[in-house]
Design a protein around this ligand. Structure first.
Ligand SMILES: CCCCCCCCCCCCCCCCCCCCCCCC(=O)SCCNC(=O)CCNC(=O)[C@H](O)C(C)(C)COP(=O)(O)OP(=O)(O)OC[C@H]1O[C@@H](n2cnc3c(N)ncnc32)[C@H](O)[C@@H]1OP(=O)(O)O
Ligand SMILES: NC(=O)C1=CN([C@@H]2O[C@H](COP(=O)(O)OP(=O)(O)OC[C@H]3O[C@@H](n4cnc5c(N)ncnc54)[C@H](OP(=O)(O)O)[C@@H]3O)[C@@H](O)[C@H]2O)C=CC1
Length: 513
């Protein structure tokens, strides 16, 4: 019997960010392994015209939850969606709901965050720092609380090369940042943002670091742990391989490369691609929840959930396998044949951006205009290149994360728990994982049917022929222009033609038949 699964039995669990990528997988695993848990409270806002209930209904009826419904048929009754907006005071939670949360919650998993790299500092601080502070305040009023698990990121200190399982201070205290956000206007905040974030690449990593400081400073008597995952990718094993439902991290770029939009990216092939499957992160999170509540460590432990030092894979190997998978299972209606490459040089990268990205987009938009349609490719390409430029920081560097606490936890688990809540990435076969990831992107993100593969292959063959035709035409036009302008080119042309007219070994012209 799994001790971890048994621990969650009968518990009231509060999850923030349950509608997000990681939150959904966390809920799924909890219901599947501990169907006798009492209730999962989730803080949900309304979005895209959907009420909180509609959002929950959609999640429970998704493919991700198919297995849960078999093990826990009354899952609808065990989920309690509480309207909340983490940007509001007291999260805009009603008095009755707040009372229930304060008096019943046993465990908190705080996953909610803004993960956008380009969020204005004010918004990123509000969600990643102030909301964490407010949640800690709520937690301190929960008499039954056994553990508070905060999800951070392994990149909160990405300005360092070697990162230990400790909280590194930021130069300006989070409280001062929170206060200043109240009275500074947006223009001034924008101006001081680069100075505040310093050598971090974006507001996301900076505010996640501030969030960790808040956790440390406001932990009081709470039993807290912090988890720092690296780049979270599709599921490895559970509930099935390759599940993914958003474009963050590599997923968006896999689509862009598979559809033929992305042909080149400035990346270092030998740099470590520290990807970690979302189910691995969730297994570690649940194990940490159990350990923190049962063993009550004296200080706040930080757990790195990374793959690099256990089972490293580099971007070169990953990119190669992604392309190999496109050969077997191409995406439908590609713009160009998938044929991406890595460059390490900024000038080469700019050259390829002009030749392989912007030029085809301009030509395609010209074609759309000619055929009376609205041009859209240049706009799309600009967006893609902006996204790529934001991710480049992470694909041109390697980091080392120490993992003593994660290894300690692994050794504390029973063999059964090591199996059910497996977070040992040494067992991960990267080639298999990446293939399943690409397949998952095709099935769950693009919603493409496997039956369409022959047609997709046929489409790629057509694109290849168009590509050859286009190149030949381009070559002939260039050659014709050259011949018209250059004596040397005319001589070369005459020389080639001579070989055609005078077969080798003969000085006589070929006899005309
Ligand atoms: C041998 C050589 C072979 C080479 C082969 C190459 C093959 C390619 C394989 C790919 C491998 C390389 C992958 C590298 C990936 C590295 C990732 C590193 C990430 C490290 C992160 C640290 C981990 C974390 O802690 S946080 C989680 C990560 N967070 C993110 O990823 C968020 C990033 N997203 C953003 O910040 C924004 O969305 C932004 C700035 C990218 C775009 O903002 P904007 O306002 O312009 O647009 P949106 O409104 O958000 O969206 C517009 C449009 O774009 C789509 N989109 C959104 N995000 C992405 C994305 N990441 N990639 C692609 N497309 C994206 C979005 O859906 C919208 O589409 P619409 O159609 O308009 O709706
Ligand atoms: N994905 C990754 O690669 C990595 C993620 N992490 C961390 O893991 C955690 C989960 O990330 P992930 O699941 O990928 O992120 P997602 O963007 O998928 O999910 C974010 C969640 O936060 C919720 N949220 C955002 N704003 C509010 C708000 N104002 N009120 C209520 N809820 C809100 C979202 O709700 P809604 O659905 O309403 O938008 C969503 O449920 C984060 O803390 C992130 O920093 C760490 C390392 C890597």
């Amino acid at each position: 019997m799994s001790m971890i699964a048994a621990f969650y039995g009968g518990k009231s669990i509060l999850i923030t960010g349950a509608t997000g990528f990681m939150g959904k997988v966390l809920m799924e695993k909890l219901f599947r392994t501990s169907p006798d848990l009492k209730v999962i409270y989730i803080l949900v806002r309304t979005k895209a015209g959907q009420t909180t209930q509609q959002r929950v209904f959609q999640i429970l009826n998704s493919k991700l939850f198919e297995k849960v419904k078999e093990v826990c048929p009354n899952v609808h009754e065990k989920i309690r969606a509480i309207y909340a907006d983490l940007n509001q005071n007291d999260f805009a939670i009603s008095k009755e709901d707040m009372q229930e949360l304060l008096s019943c919650t046993n465990i908190i998993f705080h996953c909610a965050a803004t993960v956008r790299f380009d969020d204005p500092l004010r918004h990123a601080v509000q969600l990643n720092v102030t909301a964490t502070q407010q949640l800690l305040l709520m937690a301190s009023q929960m008499p039954k609380l056994e553990a508070f698990i905060h999800i951070s990121t392994a990149f909160s200190n990405c300005n360092l090369k070697h990162i230990d399982e400790v909280i590194y201070p930021c130069p300006v205290e989070p409280k001062k940042i929170i206060d200043s956000m109240e009275w500074l206007d947006d223009a001034i905040i924008d101006e001081i943002t680069p100075k505040l974030i310093g050598d971090r690449p974006n507001t996301y990593t900076y505010t996640k670091a501030l969030g960790e400081m808040v956790v440390q400073q406001e932990s009081g008597n709470l039993n807290i742990a912090i988890i720092r995952p690296s780049i979270v990718g599709a599921t490895w094993q559970e509930p099935f391989p390759g599940w993914v439902d958003n474009l963050n991290g590599p997923s968006g770029l896999i689509i862009a490369a598979g559809k033929g939009f992305l042909r080149s990216i400035r990346a270092t092939p030998m740099a470590v691609a520290d990807l970690i499957p979302v189910d691995t992160v969730v297994n570690l999170t649940l194990a940490v929840g159990w350990y923190t509540a049962v063993h009550r460590p004296k200080s706040t432990l930080i757990y790195h959930c990374t793959s690099g030092n256990f089972n490293p894979c580099n971007w070169g190997k990953m990119g190669f396998q992604v392309l190999a998978t496109f050969e077997k299972v191409p995406f439908e209606r590609a713009f160009r044949r998938p044929n991406a490459d890595f460059t390490t040089n900024t000038i080469t990268s700019q050259y390829w951006n002009a030749v392989s990205h912007r030029a085809p987009a301009i030509i395609y938009d010209f074609y759309l205009r000619l055929t009376g349609r609205k041009p859209r490719m240049t706009k799309l390409m600009n967006r893609l290149l902006r996204t790529v430029s934001m991710l480049e920081y992470f694909v041109n560097r390697s980091w080392e994360w120490s993992t003593y606490n994660t290894e300690m936890l692994m050794s504390e688990l029973s063999p059964e728990d090591q199996r059910v809540f497996n977070f040992d990435v040494r067992q991960l076969n990267w080639l298999e994982y990446i293939e399943n990831y690409v397949l998952g992107v095709k099935k769950y993100l693009l919603k493409e049917d496997m039956a369409g593969i022959p047609e997709a292959k046929q489409h790629l063959r057509r694109l290849r022929n168009i590509h050859y035709l286009f190149n030949t035409a381009l070559f002939l036009i260039a050659w014709r222009l050259l011949i018209a302008r250059s004596q040397m080119a005319r001589n070369v042309w005459f020389f080639i033609m001579r070989f055609d007219f005078f077969p080798s070994g003969s000085l006589q012209p070929r006899s005309k038949v």
